[in-house]
Design a protein around this ligand. Structure first.
Ligand code: ADP
Ligand code: MG
Length: 280
């Protein structure tokens, strides 16, 4: 029998769904609480066949992935995938390199550079967001040079080292929602619309999930985007425009608890199946 090592911190509703899905399939789950582990290759006991990284903290999760990869255990997702998806600038670069449509973007470090970069992107509005971040936190829609100046100054004076790297993205008008597609092994298993009156549509910020039909076009761009970042289990955020879809960002340890009900798809079951398939 195969054992799935579930690397976790707080067990959220998402992890509970994964544990339950594994139980239904008679897959043994070894809970690996990242807060109690000693990642020392001399002493670590390897008693699972594949690991799924679900730590809330990206930094800690990344170390666990790298440690287990070093010991030769299959890990979902690969550290290379986590490295690209964990950083929005690296994701944008990876997509652009293989011409997967994505909003225009730039990385700058000063106000002057930001002013020039925004001209080249096509002007205001733009979005400034932490390259490393989630849940819609610290996103700023910049409508004019006054707000640009303020946000850049706040970052320079108050921000930690990561906040001083200014990732700028073209603002894309949405029809009241964006799309999140759940992609496993390059296949879109389901997708949701996230509706909100606010321009930030994360469900963590009150966006409401409803089923989004998986069209051929959606499948195609998501497959390309998944390949561009190295595949695995991904949640891809997209915008719809009159010229087709644009990939906004890609998440490598996705939350999906609000999406099983509207889509009728057991995302947790597909996650467990994919992990088990990784065992050689
Ligand atoms: N460039 C943009 N244009 C329009 N809306 C955006 C843009 N960037 C982000 N948003 C909105 O903010 C949400 C959160 O942004 P996202 O880039 O996905 O960061 P996070 O990692 O915090 O989810 C998106 O789902 C979308 O609703
Ligand atoms: Mg997002």
């Amino acid at each position: 029998m195969k054992t799935l090592g579930l690397i976790h911190s707080t067990i959220r509703a998402d992890e509970k769904l994964i544990i339950e899905a594994a139980r239904k399939k008679n897959i043994q789950v070894k809970l690996i609480d990242i807060r109690t582990q000693i990642f020392n290759p001399e002493t670590f006991v390897l008693d699972f066949d594949v690991a799924l990284e679900r730590s809330v903290s990206t930094v800690k999760g990344d170390y666990a992935i790298k440690f287990l990869e070093n010991l030769g255990v299959p890990v979902v997702n690969f550290s290379e995938v986590a490295a690209v998806c964990g950083d929005k600038f690296l994701t944008s670069l990876a997509l652009r390199k293989v011409t997967v449509p994505t909003p225009d973007f730039a990385m700058v470090f000063t106000l002057n550079q930001a002013v020039e970069a925004i001209k080249k992107i096509g002007g205001y509005p733009v979005v400034i967001k932490p390259a490393i971040g989630s849940w819609g936190r610290l996103l700023a829609k910049i409508n004019d040079s006054d707000s640009l100046e303020t946000v850049v100054e706040h970052k320079e004076v108050l921000g930690g080292p990561h906040q001083k790297a200014i990732y700028i993205q073209q603002y894309i008008e949405k029809p009241g929602h964006d799309i999140r597609a759940f992609v496993i092994g390059g296949k879109v298993i389901c997708a949701i619309y996230r509706d909100s009156k606010h321009w930030i549509t994360n469900t963590a910020r009150g966006g409401v999930a409803s089923n989004c039909p998986v069209t051929k076009e959606l499948s195609k761009i998501c497959k390309q985007a998944s390949e561009a970042v190295g595949g695995g289990i991904l949640a891809i955020d997209l915008f719809e425009t009159k010229d087709g879809y644009l990939i906004n960002e890609i998440n490598h340890t996705m939350e999906f608890k609000n999406s099983e009900e509207p889509t009728g798809v057991s995302i947790s079951s597909a996650i467990v199946d994919y992990c088990v398939e990784q065992v050689g």
